[in-house]
Ligand binder design. Structure first.
Ligand SMILES: Cc1cc2nc3c(=O)[nH]c(=O)nc-3n(C[C@H](O)[C@H](O)[C@H](O)COP(=O)(O)OP(=O)(O)OC[C@H]3O[C@@H](n4cnc5c(N)ncnc54)[C@H](O)[C@@H]3O)c2cc1C
Length: 246
């Protein structure tokens, strides 16, 4: 068993992203056919890359976000807790493939320690003792299941009821750019649980590098609003509180 830290690796994204988003936007406002006129993969395009980027930025600002749905990103994530992944997978407009606790035995599971616990020896002792107790219980159940001839998959699926929320998980996540912009709005916010916020910020950094014209202004919702919509009580101080919701 070992402590783990979040790791996010870019796996893949839709090819020719700027061209594709641009062509989709232009199709909305043109009597021409996007495939003939705007989307010229591999050919010298009539419209320069910079012009396309500017057009995309303008469209996003106007709230016309559906063209962003044509481009998706896939990330491999490890070193997050099940507490974190549970919040992540609440985002419905995405695809997930998560390491199974039925097929992958967790005898020597890795785990995540919140810094509030890691930096306090008294809390850390309670935390680690509890983790070891879970591990011992899990191991013992597996031994007993095996002694009773219960097959591996069945033993794993029932023994996992003893695994803590801190247990490390691995997951592949695919989101389109529109969902990513939304995800960053809610999950890069300082009020978001630290682990999910860390993950969102790492994904944001990658997407900003890959398609700056879509993601340069992405981030917590206060970044685009210029104020904090969370109200005075939850305001982190980065931006002033905005108008109260009625
Ligand atoms: C500050 C904060 C506190 C939270 N607290 C809790 C909590 O206490 N308990 C809890 O259970 N969850 C909580 N959540 C999770 C939250 O309720 C959502 O499950 C999560 O944010 C993901 O869903 P989403 O609506 O943001 O968007 P996604 O699922 O990512 O979908 C993107 C957008 O698509 C649209 N959409 C998607 N599905 C539908 C649909 N079925 N109908 C209509 N529109 C849809 C919506 O516009 C949505 O914003 C919290 C989230 C935040 C950010």
């Amino acid at each position: 068993m070992a402590q783990k830290r979040v790791k996010v690796k870019f796996l893949s994204m839709t090819n020719d992203a700027v061209n594709l988003i641009y062509s989709s936007c232009r199709q909305c406002y043109s009597d021409k056919f996007a495939a003939d006129v705007f989307y010229k993969k591999g050919e010298k395009n009539l419209v320069g890359h910079r012009k396309k980027e500017d057009f995309i930025k303008k469209i996003i600002k106007s709230g016309h976000e559906s063209p962003l749905e044509h481009v998706s990103f896939s990330f491999a994530v490890e070193g997050i807790s099940r507490a974190c992944s549970h919040q992540l997978v609440r985002h419905r407009l995405a695809s997930y493939s998560q390491q199974s606790q039925r097929y992958v035995r967790a005898i020597d599971f890795d785990y995540i320690i919140p810094s509030s616990i890691k930096n306090d020896s008294e809390l850390l002792k309670v935390f680690e003792n509890s983790i070891y107790a879970c591990q011992e219980g899990y191991k013992r159940l597996i031994e007993l299941f095996e002694a009773k001839g219960i097959v591996k998959e069945r033993a794993n699926q029932d023994a996992r009821f003893l695994l803590p929320m801190a247990v490390e998980t691995k997951i592949v996540v695919t989101m389109n750019c529109r969902e990513l912009v939304h995800f960053f709005k809610v999950r890069c916010c300082n009020r978001t649980q630290w682990e999910l916020r860390n993950l969102a910020n790492k994904m944001l950094k990658i997407t900003k590098e890959k398609i700056p014209c879509v993601f340069s202004l992405a981030g917590a919702k206060c970044e685009s609003l210029g104020y904090c919509p969370e109200g005075e009580k939850f305001n982190c101080g980065k931006y002033p509180p905005g108008p109260k919701l009625k």
